[in-house]
Ligand binder design. Structure first.
Ligand code: DX5
Ligand code: ZN
Length: 219
């Protein structure tokens, strides 16, 4: 089964601790950090993540949509995140950034926007732990899934197989029970979902429904 990572961006921000407890079934919690510069929106940052950390057992999966990103890596690790995903776009020293994330004791992820070709990741395949394919343009929850990204997921799944390494292939944006089968069939092993989980009263049921709709993950 794919890993399901609820995205807190779609939660009720006036009640985050409680909202987080409603998705305790999921092993990862996706945290979208936005700066109003790399993306045209601002969300939350280290102080909020640090405050939430003691109240969850989940792996904290930070998706940094900020530029520059390097000056904030250490503070992000100190806030208690387990995974730090940075964008391939607008990051001229991606190799060094990934080294820094590992040195901080975190898993290192790279996110790729819809307009960027999969080959942009070819030189970091030996050091990346998570690849996050954006199936919407980053910045907002609740957007429509871009079907054009399914081919990229397939290509990246092939590139991952060639490395022989265990790299999580994640998809973020517009994931629901209709798109989950498409992306898992193409090779996704992790699904980020905001609206399709937090938009439901029954979060446990929403997580289970996403898993039930997914194709089994290939070993
Ligand atoms: C968008 C974020 C996503 C967002 C997904 O920039 O990276 O994680 O929360 O939201 P949904 O699942 O509603 O498309
Ligand atoms: Zn995200």
């Amino acid at each position: 089964m794919p890993i399901i990572a609820p995205s807190l961006l779609a939660a009720d921000f006036s009640n985050l601790r409680h909202e987080m407890s409603t998705v305790a079934d999921a092993p990862w919690l996706h945290l979208d950090v936005m700066d109003g510069h790399f993306v045209p929106n601002i969300s939350f940052g280290m102080p909020v993540i640090k405050a939430l950390r003691p109240h969850s057992q989940a792996k904290f999966d930070a998706h940094l949509m900020i530029e520059p990103v390097d000056p904030f890596l250490e503070a992000m690790a100190q806030a208690g995140v387990d995974h730090i995903t940075v964008h391939v776009e607008g990051n001229p020293h991606l190799h060094r950034t990934l080294q820094t994330i590992h040195a901080l004791g975190c898993k290192a992820g790279v996110a790729i926007c819809p307009a960027t070709p999969p080959e942009a990741l070819s030189e970091v395949m030996d050091m990346v732990d998570i690849i996050l394919v954006m199936s919407v343009n980053p910045g907002f929850g609740g957007q429509k899934f871009l079907h054009s990204q399914v081919a990229k997921i397939r290509t990246l799944a092939g590139m991952i197989r060639q490395t022989g390494r265990e790299i999580v292939l994640a998809v973020d944006g517009g994931i629901d029970i209709h798109t989950a089968p498409l992306v898992t069939e193409a090779g996704a092993t992790m699904l980020v979902a905001g609206s399709s989980i937090f938009g439901q009263e029954d979060r446990k049921g929403a997580i289970a429904a996403l898993q039930a709709a997914s194709r089994p993950v290939r070993g």
